[in-house]
Design a protein around this ligand. Structure first.
Ligand SMILES: *[C@@H]1O[C@H](CO)[C@@H](O)[C@H](O)[C@H]1NC(C)=O
Length: 563
């Protein structure tokens, strides 16, 4: 302890001598009250531990980006479908020359140099040892451990920046006070291996869900898509690998009408891989690939494997993959991700930055879909709680959150389907009518347990229980909203295929279109999502925070899209 204090004093002295006086007055920029539940302090971080920090610079026109996104995504707008180019998006996002110069001046004054880490230059990376970061940012970097998983992270509960940089120049520094999500994956929960007959037909869909069930339930075409410029991206994280041999078995069993050698392409970032040994097949990755290749017949599918060398701190690649796609001239028009975390593990500034990155991709015509989570109202996974736990990124208004249903007579909300209301993002215009109608019908139920002004999620739902997959050559059934996101994404890709064939734009950011067409959904009116010692939210007529607008009716969605 004493030694640490001394070295801090020494640094403090040196810095004061060298610092440009204009950067000397620090103000608290972000702070959180206490340690999030489940984490313990293990004491100060070692002074010489190297920290990789990311600085988010203030964008030139965030409001302009959001307005442009809504303008091209709202079916009643004259600009509907006129998506922006990479350049047009970057014009809104690129920080001013002055902003970049001022931040780099501050860093240089402290002997530090940054590198640009996003295509538009709105993120900078900089490395420094803990002792320097503690001084520079008037922080108290500490080792925190999660008591269940033992996972450790170096964080500070607050940090400061020079008053001259506040708000005008820096919008956030990462990773500082955001806590790692100890259970970031939404693992599909897998039932004991069933021996499932290879000739499952729709009458069996009440107990085992297959692509044929989904085709029958939602009217999904079995004919192959034709457009090679169409692409469906599937995110892979946490060393979850998608196995081609399992996909082949899956297609042989369940899509005998298409070639069993149908494959997917691979893109990697942050050292991502996709090794093919059967032992390395990941249940999440296999599910995601089998229910895209196997449902979006003929649509080119890309598995995007994010490795462990992520540059975005404990977002663990969530931001990297979006920046990666923003840097591509032609990113896939649909991206599905079955990973997420609790919203409370993320600072609101950072959550807004990631959400802004989705807005950038959306403005370029990309539909971004995420599984809503598997803990009902208790978060991404079941946990004890007193107030409801919204998930991330489902609270972001610029993506589409997919919940889960089960059964066929009638199709009912799955009880694990996460849904609720964000504590960070307020309700976007496109869902005001749908959500207020629900809140009126809900009355006083769960009063005080959730944020009545927040963005409501999920937006839509599909089947998510008893879903048949192949893993390591074995057939089994899995459950989770992890099933639902790739299924809904496949439907959107099939509609995009037909849009391209008739010379039209892809659907892009979906929500204004979806909420303008509630009649294109099978309304789910039974079931609920328990958690936090409550029954959670009940599904009701119209939108609800368990199944959103409901499950898709392909033909009606197609008509709504002008086909
Ligand atoms: C409720 O949500 C709003 C955003 O709609 C947010 O500003 C507010 O802080 C939230 N309240 C709580 C208690 O989290």
């Amino acid at each position: 302890m004493v030694a640490l204090r001394l070295s801090l004093l020494l640094i403090s002295f040196i810095t004061t001598v060298r610092a440009n006086p204009v950067f000397r007055n620090l103000v608290v920029h972000e702070a959180r009250q206490g340690i999030p539940s489940g984490f313990l302090s293990k004491g100060p971080a070692a002074a010489d531990t190297q920290l990789n920090l990311r600085i988010a610079l203030v964008q030139s026109d965030t409001a302009g980006l959001e307005a442009a996104l809504l303008d091209v995504s709202n079916p009643s707008s004259a600009n509907y479908g006129n998506h922006l180019s990479m350049d047009e998006v970057e014009t809104f996002v690129r920080p001013s020359v002055d902003t970049v110069a001022k931040v780099n001046d501050w860093l240089a004054t402290n002997g530090l140099q940054s590198t640009t880490s996003s295509p538009a230059g709105d993120w900078l990376s900089v490395s420094m040892p803990v002792k320097q970061a503690n001084e520079l940012l008037r922080a108290d970097f500490t080792v925190f451990a999660h008591h269940e998983t033992g996972k450790q992270a170096i964080r500070t509960l607050s940090y400061s920046i020079p008053i001259v940089l506040k708000d005008t120049w820096i919008s956030s520094i990462r990773p500082l006070r955001t806590f790692p999500n100890p259970r970031k994956i939404l693992p599909v929960f897998s039932s004991p291996i069933n021996s499932v007959s290879n000739t499952a037909v729709p009458s069996s869909c009440a107990s085992v869900v297959t692509p044929a069930c989904l085709q029958a339930l939602y009217g999904i075409p079995t004919t192959k898509a034709t457009q090679s410029s169409n692409a469906l991206g599937v995110s892979g994280f946490l060393n979850q690998f998608a196995n081609q041999a399992d996909l082949t078995t899956f297609l042989k069993n369940l899509r005998p009408d298409i070639s069993s050698t149908t494959t997917f392409t691979l893109q990697t970032l942050d050292g991502g891989r996709n090794p093919q040994s059967p032992k390395q097949a990941g249940i999440e990755a296999n599910l995601d690939i089998q229910y895209t290749v196997g449902v979006a017949s003929g649509v080119p599918v890309t598995f995007i494997s994010v490795g462990d060398d992520f540059q975005d701190g404990n977002l663990e690649g969530f931001l990297d993959i979006i920046n990666f796609l923003l840097g591509e001239p032609n990113p896939p028009q649909v991206l599905t991700t079955s990973y997420g975390q609790d919203e409370r593990t993320i600072s609101s500034i950072l959550a807004k930055k990631v959400c802004n990155a989705y807005a950038q991709l959306g403005a370029r015509g990309v539909s971004i879909l995420f599984a809503s989570g598997d803990g009902g109202v208790s978060g991404s996974q079941t946990q004890s709680c007193t107030t409801f736990v919204p998930t991330f990124p489902s609270g972001c208004p610029f993506m589409t959150s997919v919940g889960a249903t089960t059964g066929i007579t009638p199709e009912t909300a799955a009880d694990f389907s996460s849904g609720g209301f964000s504590n960070i993002f307020s309700r976007p215009d496109y869902q005001i009518t749908a959500v207020s109608t629900y809140l009126i019908a809900l009355g006083g139920t769960n009063l005080g347990k959730f944020n009545r002004t927040g963005r409501g999620f999920p937006d839509v739902a599909t089947q998510g229980e008893n879903v048949e997959v192949v893993l390591g050559g074995q057939t089994e059934t899995v459950a989770g909203t992890s099933c639902s996101s790739p299924i809904f994404a496949s439907i959107i890709s099939l509609i995009n295929d037909q849009l391209f064939a008739s010379g039209k734009s892809p659907l892009g950011f979906l929500n204004p279109f979806l909420y303008a067409n509630p009649g294109a959904f099978n309304d789910i009116t039974s079931g609920n999502n328990p958690g936090c010692n409550t029954n959670g939210f009940p599904a009701k007529a119209g939108w609800d925070p368990v199944t959103g607008l409901g499950t898709p009716n392909f033909d009606k969605l197609k008509k709504a899209a002008g086909l």
